[in-house]
Design a protein around this ligand. Structure first.
Ligand code: HEC
Ligand code: HEC
Length: 305
């Protein structure tokens, strides 16, 4: 009898040790994945500081690409995600103040961070949604960078991002691939052409592709989720609620965060930024959303109205 217990104890003990070693190996694989550098030659993009270009960049940053959603309204960086099980994810201070990177950043560093999701040393940036910003045209990216260089400096030294050992293990297992864009995007994709600005379906498609809508509403806009535990981004094709909305209902949602029934939506949907889009931009997006193939099965997981 004793002998059996002894062997069971040894067996269990070895299992624990093996599991421990596996966890350690995965943990260090996860860490080294975030330290792996990408060799990227930034495309040559002209960053012109004339007033009109800077104004265009300001509008894109404040209303469309919404950098402030994660970097804070003054773009001074902040801890925008904090879950004890996962860790704290901190965004960078984009200004020229103390703790900010604008002073040391060259144009190519901006291009690499925004289009490729890597820092100046080539290391992947966590969560920074380069896979969407990669859709910006050369002119729009140049305008965004021109504007960023004029943002008033804010002194703020953001704390370091801190991930739990479990998160490094999950990173090694590929569970967070979507949050490490540098590892999955095509770094040699050519700079796309933007369709002419106007209230057209094509321009709406362009705006949707750079405004990160697909991060939360799904690749095909048939509903999605930005990450585990995050609110569901509903189906935006005509088989969702939008199928029975008017253009005015859509404008009201984006400008006030209110649905046709008067419900105030979750602030996780960045309407505080999008509300600054022009009528032409909103109409373009509306036309594009209306043109989508209705998702075959209703996939709207949010409360139906
Ligand atoms: C969904 C959240 C999110 C949005 C939106 C976002 N960022 Fe970031 N960004 C981050 C996070 C998080 C980091 C820090 C990543 C890290 O430290 O690994 C970051 C890092 C950066 C860095 C690099 C810092 C470095 O270490 O060199 C730059 C530059 C940057 N962002 C610019 C922008 C610009 C410009 C926009 C708008 C066009 C933008 N970001 C929009 C989350 C975001
Ligand atoms: C950070 C995540 C996120 C991003 C980015 C985002 N959304 Fe949303 N959106 C949501 C969530 C979550 C809801 C549901 C909120 C609620 O009902 O309380 C929502 C709701 C909506 C609704 C209302 C739909 C309905 O059926 O009630 C519309 C319309 C919408 N979003 C359009 C857009 C468009 C267009 C973009 C891009 C310009 C966009 N969203 C980007 C998260 C996001």
């Amino acid at each position: 009898m004793r002998q059996i217990f002894k062997w069971m104890a040894i067996g269990l003990g070895s299992l624990v040790i093996i599991a421990g070693i596996a966890a350690l190996v995965l943990y260090s694989l996860g860490r080294s994945r975030l330290n792996r550098t990408h060799e990227i030659t930034a495309a040559a993009i002209s960053v012109d500081d004339n007033a009109e270009t800077v104004e265009r960049g300001k509008h894109l940053v404040e209303a469309v690409v919404a950098c402030g959603e994660c970097h804070g309204e003054g773009l001074h960086g902040r801890a925008f995600f904090d879950e004890p099980a996962i860790g704290t994810v901190v965004s960078a201070n984009l200004t020229g103040g103390e703790g900010g990177l604008a002073g040391a950043y060259r144009d190519e560093d901006w291009i690499r961070a925004i289009r490729h999701g890597v820092d100046p040393s080539g290391k992947p940036l966590l969560v920074m949604p380069a896979q969407h910003f990669q859709n910006m045209s050369a002119a729009d990216l140049g305008a965004v960078i021109a504007y960023l260089k004029t943002v008033p400096p804010v002194d703020n030294v953001p704390p370091a991002t801190k991930l739990t050992p479990l998160t490094y293990i999950l990173i090694a297992l590929g569970q967070f691939d979507n949050n490490i864009p540098a590892d999955t995007i095509n770094h040699s994709a050519p700079l796309p052409e933007a369709p002419p600005e106007g209230a057209t379906q094509a321009y709406g498609e362009y705006l949707v592709s750079i405004a990160t809508c697909r991060e939360c509403h799904g690749k095909e806009l048939t509903s999605g989720q930005a990450g585990p535990g995050q609110p569901i981004g509903p189906n935006l094709t005509p088989s969702g609620n939008l199928g029975s909305w008017s253009q005015a209902d859509f404008f009201r949602l984006i400008r006030t965060g209110q649905t046709p029934t008067g419900r105030q939506i979750n602030d996780f949907m960045p309407w505080h930024y999008y509300r600054q889009m022009t009528d032409v931009e909103l109409e373009a997006i509306w036309l594009y959303l209306q043109s989508l193939e209705p998702a075959a099965t209703p996939v709207n997981l949010s409360a139906s109205e």
